[in-house]
Design a binder for this molecule. Structure first.
Ligand code: SF4
Length: 267
């Protein structure tokens, strides 16, 4: 399936073919053409079968396609970034300004951006941080942290992304935690997290991938026949402060780099 050639007709075969119009196009064939040209994303069809979602998601994750998409997206964000008054927006972002640069903290590490959106950091620059970070800075509205936690599906657009979020973020992190009992404790130390005791779980910790994007990771280890459980919650302010796609990118990126950071092997 991963070798599917994405012509219009091939894409069409994986669509519901009901011409319902929910994607705001007149037909599934028009939607297939829009997917191929890149003007529509597969998740804009709410009726895709799970098997089709997997096929399209795999295509979007293919290294070459991912690179091209990412580069175009980052260029657009940089353009927007260059027009901002950084000193004016820094306080509402939880950021600071040093000279002409804005400094923003992600998981305990400072990232510095010059007025053109070029980024430097004490740690290695990783693409998965760059896009959500620029997206966060260029986002029009920012709300203060509320202390109220919501699930991923409660975030605007979350229902459509829920399947991918579970398979790319929560599930791999749960398996990593099962195989590496100290993983979540290490996360606390490495990423300046905060452990909390008011959630009933073996371990619950709060991380700040961005200053006003707190995430709460709750893990309950396996017990007799019961499988372990891992859930990621978000402060309700995330609904306002970042687009769902960037929230997903932040979480999946975090999960992907963990084995490398912690020097552990993934099966
Ligand atoms: S929303 Fe999906 S099923 Fe409906 S017309 Fe668009 S592609 Fe076809």
């Amino acid at each position: 399936m991963s070798n599917v050639n994405f012509t219009v007709l091939n894409v069409y075969k994986f669509l519901p073919q009901s011409n319902c119009g929910k994607c705001l196009l007149p037909s599934c064939l028009a939607f297939a053409a829009a997917i191929v040209t890149g003007s529509k994303n597969f998740n804009e069809c709410p009726d895709l079968a799970p098997a089709s979602v997997d096929i399209f998601a795999a295509r979007d994750q293919s290294p070459r396609r991912k690179e091209v998409n990412q580069a175009v997206f980052i260029d657009k964000l940089r353009e927007k970034f260059a027009s901002l008054n950084l000193a004016a927006i820094a306080p509402r972002l939880g950021a600071t300004v040093k000279g002409d640069n804005i400094v923003i903290n992600s998981l305990g590490k400072d990232f510095v951006l010059d007025h053109q959106g070029n980024m430097s950091s004490e740690c290695h620059i990783i693409p998965w941080v760059q896009a959500p970070l620029l997206s966060y800075i260029t986002h029009r509205t920012q709300e203060e942290i509320t202390g109220r936690w919501i699930s991923f599906r409660e975030i605007k657009g979350g229902i459509e992304w829920q399947g991918l979020f579970t398979s790319r973020c929560e599930e791999p992190l749960r398996r990593l935690a099962d195989e590496n009992p100290d993983l979540l404790i290490d996360l606390l130390a490495m990423f300046t997290g905060k452990s909390i005791d008011w959630y009933e779980a073996d371990i619950a910790l709060i991380l700040y991938p961005l200053p006003k994007i707190p995430i709460l990771i709750c893990y309950q280890g396996p017990d007799d026949d019961l499988q372990s459980k891992l859930t990621i919650f978000f402060d309700a302010c995330c609904n306002t402060n970042l687009h769902i796609k960037s929230i997903f990118t932040l979480c999946s990126g975090l999960v992907q780099i963990l084995p490398k950071y912690l020097n552990i092997t993934v099966e």
